[in-house]
Design a protein around this ligand. Structure first.
Ligand code: MF3
Ligand code: CO
Length: 249
């Protein structure tokens, strides 16, 4: 499928979706503390999504069982909320959520510290988030798709981190996943030319150690092979003639 360019009216609808998603994230963030469970976070998300009249984008997607992905410590993405998932001081938890409003999707992820975390973990969060913003800065008309990828890779590998290859960002709009696929690595200056109307979910997934990941027996949870911590930040970003607009801020 070709890259679907969105009209200004469509981007407005996606902004509405993104603002609602932000509220879901705020509700979840308020739950994060030592002793809370990832299922507590799921319940807060579901209640907020319902209150906003939105629909959870992930639930039922290829059979995924929840509205949130909650990925703790060495879990990279697609961790499933659970009553057994008790957060402890020093953990990090990545919260990924998508919603649909009026037919338009938004997708956003944040990694939170649980209480006080190690300096190493703090740096992983800081650098991964900074790489997302460096990537967003490259989302300008006239650039190339891989300029975005390269921004993530160069910033994170400079710190010795592992850039996950198996999962990628993506176009988003009337579907959660549209063309193009957006890797978090690559040489700059390659791939489709960036144009106003493209909307991308930009989402670095960065391991403190090796980039290698494996899937657990639940068929979903991706974890680092070496047990190192992993962080994930994601925004839904529209490319406009005036530059990137973050729709999930
Ligand atoms: N948030 C993921 C993405 O950005 C999708 C989640 S897959 C699901 O592509 F199965 F959990 F929904
Ligand atoms: Co995404």
């Amino acid at each position: 499928m070709a890259i679907q360019l969105k009209s200004a009216a469509e981007i407005e609808k996606m902004r509405t979706s993104g603002i609602a998603l932000r509220k879901v994230h705020e509700a979840v963030r308020a739950i994060v503390r030592p002793g809370a469970t990832t299922m507590d976070m799921e319940r807060a998300a579901v209640a907020t999504i319902e209150k906003l009249g939105a629909k959870a984008a992930f639930k039922g997607y290829h059979g995924y069982p929840a509205a949130l992905c909650t990925s703790v410590n060495s879990e990279v993405i697609h961790g499933i909320p659970s009553d057994r998932g008790v957060l402890r001081e020093g953990d990090i938890v990545s919260v990924d959520c998508g919603v649909v409003i009026d037919g338009y999707y938004s997708d956003c992820a944040v990694t939170y510290p649980v209480g006080n975390i190690s300096a190493d973990a703090e740096k992983l969060l800081r650098v991964t988030e900074a790489s997302l913003y460096a990537a967003i800065d490259m989302a300008v008309p006239g650039g190339r798709l891989s300029d975005i990828s390269h921004a993530v890779q160069s910033m994170c590998e400079a710190e010795g981190y592992g850039v996950v290859h198996e999962f990628v960002g993506h176009g988003i709009g009337k579907n959660m996943h549209e063309d193009p696929q957006l890797p978090n690595y690559g040489e700059p200056g390659k791939g489709p030319r960036l144009r106003p109307g493209m909307v991308l979910a930009i989402e670095p997934m960065i391991n403190a150690g090796s980039p290698d990941v494996k899937i657990l027996e639940d068929g979903w949870t991706a974890v680092t092979v070496d047990g190192s911590f992993s962080a994930h930040f994601e925004h839904t970003v529209a490319i406009t003639k005036d530059g990137p607009v973050i729709l999930t801020r």
